[in-house]
Ligand binder design. Structure first.
Ligand SMILES: [Zn+2]
Length: 82
């Protein structure tokens, strides 16, 4: 498993399991709303103007404050039915 931050090489064991749509805003703890983010990328998501959208199947869209969009995908895709 690798983290979901753009260009991130942090091992997943050092990452937080982040709700892409915040739990406090009724984001669910399910397969299509959770991603491993290292502390740096977790902080970037919550405390900067970057926006993150879960596209499903582990793919994330990161939109920079200038509007550039970057896609990340998981190293391993898990079967949502498991
Ligand atoms: Zn990271």
């Amino acid at each position: 498993m690798k983290p979901a931050g753009r260009g991130c090489g942090a091992p997943a064991r050092r990452c937080d399991l982040d709700h892409t749509k915040d739990w406090q805003y009724h984001g669910l703890s399910d397969h299509d709303n959770l991603a491993h983010l290292c502390p740096k990328h977790h902080d970037q998501k919550h405390h900067t103007r970057w926006k993150v959208e879960h596209l499903g199947d582990g793919d994330l869209s990161w939109t920079s404050p200038t509007g550039h969009r970057y896609l990340t995908e998981p190293a391993i895709r898990l079967d949502a039915a498991l």
